[in-house]
Design a protein around this ligand. Sequence first.
Ligand code: SF4
Length: 402
Amino acid sequence: MSDPARTEDLLAKAIDGGRLTPDEGLYLHDEADLLSLGAAAHEVRMRLHPERVVTYIVDRNVNYSNVCDSYCNFCSFYAAPGSKNGYVLSRAALRKKILETKALGGEQILMQGGTHPEWDVEWYADLIAYCKSFDIHVHALSSPEIHKIAQVSGISVRDTIARLHEAGLDSIPGGGAEVLTDYARDAISPLKCTTDQWLEVHREAHALGLRTTATMMLGHRERPIDRIQHLEFLRQTQDLAHENAGSTDAGFTAYISWLFQPTHVLKADEPKGGAEYLRTVALSRLYLQNVANMQSSWVTMGPKIGQMALWFGCNDMGSTMIEENVVSSAGVAYRMLSPEICSVIEAAGFRAQQRNFFYEPVDARFLDTPERMREVCGENPRNLALPAEAFDQVPATVSGRE
Ligand code: SF4
């Protein structure tokens, strides 16, 4: 039951840097009003980042393959092994995408695919080494993929990450977390790596000195308690990374949450909207104070909610996403290039600053304009999210790669 005095006390505790307990987090999730949560989250954000700056990165999502045997029941992206809809990008296609990204001022590629039943660590080491040969930051392979690679290769998760790092893997994205409880995962992705396995990949990466990101996809089958448990697991994982490194410059660089987009394969029981997203963003900022950066998810929520999230705890607009395939395959994705992102940030009352993966400032060159994208890519930039003509369709088997 709502108790205004308790709400006020808990928000004041979080603003002062106090750690919310799971019970306190759940209470605020259920009872605090949206604007009070947002105001408190903004105070925490301004304590962590006192300068009135919102950062963003220019990068490209590269989905090297859609072949996957995890069959998550919310996913519109995957193709089953052996399916005629499966693809694996050829080296020529990868090269083109990376060179275009660099020509458009991109800092990194975010490269993810599915969980493949045959590809082992050396297959992936070749892929990573090829991408790294273009001297670009390779942020690649989420926990489900790494867990699968370790399983197929018959080696430990740590040895898998070490081999991929040696091949050129720079950092690991937080994809595949959805909501980190077995209750939530059993409901939407029962064959994908478990909560413990997802966390193990990040713990091992942190122990090897790699930075990673953390995510939450909310609004499907999870309960409020699952969201809180998810935040608690992330907070503990980050504590461990800081403790082991003896520094806060370790572990997750950022946390990103977004709203599940109902698809033809999984409808939402009760479709959630912008208010639910903003409430969870604000609560995450209050709960997860040991993760420095929080991204606004404008790709799924749109630029307007993306702007509002900057007043609900977020200090980063994420990526321009020169190309995006996974969310757009569900039919819901917005597109913005860096000049538009900067305008959106500035209209919300902040100064825009381009950054690299490590949140270090870099000079903005604004090379990803529609005109230049047409020049560099030879395509309508608004259509870059459409995969058909951009992908080399080849048999999705080990022998199918170049
Ligand atoms: S969400 Fe990822 S792991 Fe799940 S089916 Fe889709 S591609 Fe595979």
